[in-house]
Design a protein around this ligand. Structure first.
Ligand code: NI
Length: 258
């Protein structure tokens, strides 16, 4: 199925969609918007795979979110590997570090992150990386490795130099709803300069809802508002942003495009 837009990071398996999940998926696919649903733990990763297997144009990531890192046991790596055997699995995610919430001890977060980076390398899958108030450690853990998977720093925040540092490590930058909020001039200035061929779009739904839906539940079809904002900032057409970011996502996650 040929898609116009790809939301590279969504959580449609979450309880927020229990009443209307099918409609949300249909709205996205009806708008020619595909999406990658990221897992947060084993249960959520399984749900991601089920959702992806049931819907052409929906793909799955499997992984443990840093908030869930204290529940990550050595046997879980094997379970993620088993889940990744499904053709619908295109990423290891959502993985990373979160020193803002600190929902899991930092040492557990680092351990789960390292193990899942290893898994991504072993499986040849890209990663979707969460980073909140943990940039220094995240960069250290990435740089100390012999081998790095490809992937996305999801919902990128920061300045031009930081973005280029991630790009130099072979990662793409995922842009999301907060770009549409007023006030983050630093991020806007950075996005203006980032090479379009290293950008992908995402929602992180149900969170980070873009304007004009800010304050309500987010969903994959709203990724078009992020595309509009990138077009606006870069002074190019929405079509160009859609075409190139979709091409980037399809190449990076090896999505089946026919
Ligand atoms: Ni997320």
């Amino acid at each position: 199925m040929k898609m116009k837009l790809i939301d590279t990071h969504a959580h449609v398996d979450m309880g927020h969609y229990d009443d209307d999940r099918e409609e949300v998926v249909e709205r996205a696919l009806g708008d020619e918007t595909g999406f990658i649903n990221m897992g947060l733990n084993i249960d959520s990763s399984k749900k991601s795979v089920d959702l992806a297997e049931a819907n052409e144009g929906v793909y799955a990531g499997v992984g443990f979110h840093p908030h869930e890192a204290s529940n990550f046991e050595s046997s879980d790596s094997g379970r993620l590997k088993q889940l990744s055997q499904s053709d619908s699995v295109v990423a290891i995610g959502e993985i990373g570090l979160d020193y803002y919430r600190d929902n899991s001890p930092r040492e557990d977060q680092r351990e789960a992150f390292r193990t899942q980076l290893d898994l991504a390398c072993e499986l040849g899958l890209p990663v979707s990386v969460h980073n909140r108030s943990s940039t220094e450690d995240l960069l250290r853990l990435l740089k100390e490795r012999d081998e790095l998977p490809s992937g996305v720093t999801h919902s990128f925040f920061g300045d031009y130099e930081l973005g280029m540092e991630f790009i130099d490590l072979g990662l793409h930058l995922g842009l999301s709803g907060p770009l549409t909020f007023d006030g983050d001039d630093e991020l806007n200035r950075a996005v203006k300069r980032f090479p379009l061929d290293h950008l992908v779009l995402e929602t992180d739904c149900p969170f980070l809802t873009p304007v004009p839906h800010r304050g309500k539940r987010n969903e994959p079809s709203y990724v078009r508002h992020v595309a509009d904002e990138v077009a606006n900032i870069k002074g190019i057409s929405r079509e160009e942003v859609a075409e190139i970011t979709t091409e980037n996502a399809m190449g990076l996650f090896d999505l089946n495009g026919e």
